[in-house]
Design a protein around this ligand. Sequence first.
Ligand code: AMP
Ligand code: MG
Length: 488
Amino acid sequence: MTQWAFDNSLIRALPGMFTPWHAEAPKAPRLVLFNDALAERLGIPGRAAGEAQLADWYSGAAEVPGSEPAALAYAGHQFGQFNPAMGDGRALLLGEIVAPDGARFDLQFKGSGRTPYSRGGDGMSTLSAALREYLVSEAMAALGVPTTRSLAVVATGGGIWREQPHPAAVLTRVAASHLRIGSFEFAAADQGREGVERLADYALERHYPALLGAPNRPLALLEAVAEAQAQLIAKWMALGFVHGVMNTDNVTISGETIDYGPCAFLDTYSDLQVFSSIDAHGRYAYGQQPAVCRWNLYRLASALIEPIAAVNEADAEAARFVLEDWPIRYHDHWLREMRAKLGLATERGEDADLVRDLFQLLEGQQADFTMTFRALGAAFEHGFPVLAEQVLEPDKLRRWFASWQARLAEEPADPAARRAGMDRVNPLYIPRNHLLDDALTAAEAGDLASVTAMLAAVSAPFHPQAGLERFAAIPPLDAARHVTFCGT
Ligand code: AMP
Ligand code: MG
């Protein structure tokens, strides 16, 4: 029989950074979604345990054997403002599962009731918010983006009010850990240098164990997180993903995407596109994400600077350099992603210009981000017209298309193989905003069919699937949704 291989290291290692707590008992838990493949990867009981048992475990109705539930404390900069007292206000860490291959994962509830960190909030999640996170995080995983995963959604049987009544649900989330920049900000503000040192060693052990022998461990951690985040944001940008709330409490130390609230994928490309209803000034617009990431890394650096300087005063300068240099680091990753999207296997100095020109030409063209890149792959077979179909003024793109073709000619390749390579990085299916909204509305009304169909499409995002064509459709202009809500 499958055991629950819990080993709750955070509870042992980080006193003062959590409060032991329990989930609120749900009224009538009912399993809505369960990720069997993920359960198997974790080596924990799967569907064979029975739906009623899973519903009880993943809602807080029955204690998960070996778990030691706790709400984590953290701080954070929210839209630029420091908030020293945040923490798991509607989340609960169950503990850490050690998978059969030795990898360690946090299991966490979201929406399991109030905690000491809830402040004015009710600690609950709507069913649609839980399903939204499930769908988008699983889509991101299938797209090859580091991300938290979703294991289960259980409707609690209760209701909550978010401008209108909604069914409530608990999402069970799986993460390499839930340590975030805000955890370091909390340790620095609340515990001072020793607390930050303890947390930095713990984070290295969990995420970057090879760096434990580094001469300056907190500096090595800063650099590792800067690198992981540069890779992550490059992937977001290459897929047109807009996170929506890049506050420092939503930036992981592991480099996984976390907290799918008002996130969205671009339909029409624009650097300025914002979706979140709470982002009035466009702080977290699509094109702002690299700059904001660096701003967030400065917050991590300021929490780590005392421990860094305590090891070696001169290393403060090295920390400064990690951040000064970050745009170059990011740009290298971004260009690698973009080369693959354009079918380029070699590196040339002018490639960055080729990519920039393309984005400049697409601005204002009402070009669907996802379909435009998919069309570039199809152009090997059908030529310029497939790209022309994607934009309002095709003539503006003719010269660019010719330079791209000329660039491709410099590295001869079999067109079919090249197209196949591009189709492996330029998805066909993303969780499109208007379809996602419709699927979630139907799910709250009791019809899960669209959610499960969409999940099937986005779980294999690069391959056309019979019967799922509608999930690749561009929204009619009047149906494109440009506002998403935290809906928590
Ligand atoms: P988020 O926007 O999800 O990153 O959350 C920001 C902060 O608000 C975190 O400390 C959350 O725990 C807290 N929070 C968000 N929604 C709720 C809620 N419904 N009840 C209690 N706390 C919440
Ligand atoms: Mg958060």
